[in-house]
Design a protein around this ligand. Structure first.
Ligand code: S3P
Length: 440
């Protein structure tokens, strides 16, 4: 796709629903008793993958106007799927659903596309195995497809039912909400008391918030989350706030595109997700909060963003999990900032939908940016004028959207190969961007 960046950005945008929260609403709704009504669910390819997995296990998911109703069947109401579950491109679907599947009394196989088949699964296989799950990589390399078989936890019972898993405490080596959520979901099917997970740095907490709202006995002490087994989950009404990870492209585009002023409505402001705002402001970005409100138990806000002269900065340490998905677009902002930006402590970027350190570095260089890859991040020497180029997305949605932003900032055309992968998290991204474009 050829993207022309020869415009300023003006007007208003309503950010589509949060992907992380949408996945969790479908999953937790499916294993709750009764109906869960969801407003603002993100209908992107990743979320459709989650919906199809639960439909394959007997859950009815219905559209009623702009609402989606999940007819939950309770913790033990899922049915064995007739075929392999397909998670498509979605790491969140795979890792979270595996925690639920490990607790079922039927066998499943879960697989995904060629990108997902390259992503590490040992991070969930290891803790689930500690909990007594019978889970293995069929390709023998800790990658998909995964086979999950019911492994009875010998003679233990929970509330009269023979237990499948046993409660553990897990010290996670990575700050990963997918790993944490997988273990917490499995913990609901485990005997022997509460299951707990400690992370090196706290990752996004949407699972904790949503499970608590559905009635689970879940608590947080410092960097540790505890969950009790066999909760009685009850269907809820949920309003999904807008995805700050999607808003991030417009925040960045508004800041680096000269002469721009945009109002971005419905931005999720969960403190475990909004690190980009702190970074953008420290770089000198003019971002004001116009209104704050509550969107179904999650904080949200409308943000006014004006083009700004940015300066480079050091980004690392505890803030990283709160902006991990925004680092590609932050790297683009850094390319337009005066001075050097160092991104460190972000080795996780290598195991996302693409190796985002290698892919960002390669594509930014193609546009004329002076950038180096490091073991756990990038060093970006900003300020040089960027120019037309052809960039490769490697079918990674966040790379495609980051380079549309780079084209806007540079005021040039960019040939983005495989740009349709934006549908993974943001169908309508290019339409929303062009609706804000005004000729200079
Ligand atoms: C997600 C967690 C993050 C993030 C991903 C969504 C989630 O992954 O990168 O896009 O919804 O839990 P990790 O938990 O592996 O860091």
């Amino acid at each position: 796709m050829l993207v022309s960046g020869k415009s300023a950005l003006h007007g208003e945008l309503i950010v589509p629903g949060d992907k992380s929260i949408s996945h969790r609403a479908i999953m937790i709704g499916s294993i709750a008793n009764g109906d869960t009504r969801i407003q603002g669910l993100l209908e992107s390819e990743d979320c459709v993958s989650t919906m199809e997995c639960f439909r394959a296990m007997g859950i009815e998911i219905e559209y009623k106007g702009d609402m989606i109703i999940v007819h939950g069947k309770g913790l033990h109401g899922l049915k064995q799927p007739a075929r392999t579950l397909n998670a498509g491109n979605s790491g969140t679907t795979t890792r979270l659903i595996s925690g639920i599947l490990a607790g079922q009394s039927f066998e499943t196989i879960i697989d995904g596309d060629s990108s997902l088949r390259k992503r590490p699964m040992k991070r969930i296989v290891e803790p689930l195995t500690k909990m007594g799950a019978d889970i293995r990589s069929l390709s023998g390399n800790d990658r998909l497809p995964l086979q999950i078989r019911p492994a009875r936890n010998a003679d233990e019972t929970i509330q009269g039912k023979s237990a499948i898993l046993k409660a553990v405490h897990y010290q996670s080596p990575v700050a990963s909400a997918q790993v944490k959520s997988c273990i917490l979901l499995a913990g609901m099917y485990a005997s022997g008391g509460r299951t707990s997970v400690t992370e090196p740095v706290r990752s996004r907490d949407h699972t904790e918030r949503m499970l608590a709202a559905f009635g689970a006995d879940i608590s947080v002490e410092g960097k540790t989350v505890f969950i009790a087994p066999e909760p009685k989950l009850t269907g809820q009404s949920i309003t999904v706030p807008g995805d700050i990870s999607s808003a991030a492209y417009f925040i960045a585009a508004g800041l680096i595109t000269p002469g721009s002023e945009i109002l971005i409505r419905n931005v999720g402001m969960n403190p475990t997700r909004n690190g980009i705002l702190q970074v953008a402001r420290t770089m000198g970005g003019d971002i004001s909060v116009v209104r704050t409100y509550d969107a179904g138990g999650e904080p949200a806000a409308d943000l006014l963003v004006r083009s700004s002269n940015l300066s480079g900065m050091d980004i690392g340490g505890e803030i990283i999990p709160s902006l991990i998905d925004e680092l590609p677009v932050i790297a683009v902002m850094a390319a337009f900032a005066k001075g050097t930006t160092v991104i460190r402590d972000a080795a996780e970027l290598k195991v996302k939908e693409s190796d985002r350190i290698a892919v960002m570095t390669d594509n930014l260089r193609r546009m004329g940016c002076d950038v180096e890859a490091t073991e756990d991040g990038m060093v970006i020497h900003g300020g040089a004028p960027l120019h037309e180029a052809t960039v490769e997305t490697h079918l990674d949605h966040r790379i495609a959207m980051s380079f549309a932003v780079a084209a806007m900032g540079a005021g040039c055309s960019l040939n983005i190969l495989g740009a349709e992968c934006v549908n993974i998290s943001y169908p309508g991204f290019f339409e929303d961007l062009s609706a804000l474009c005004r000729p200079i």
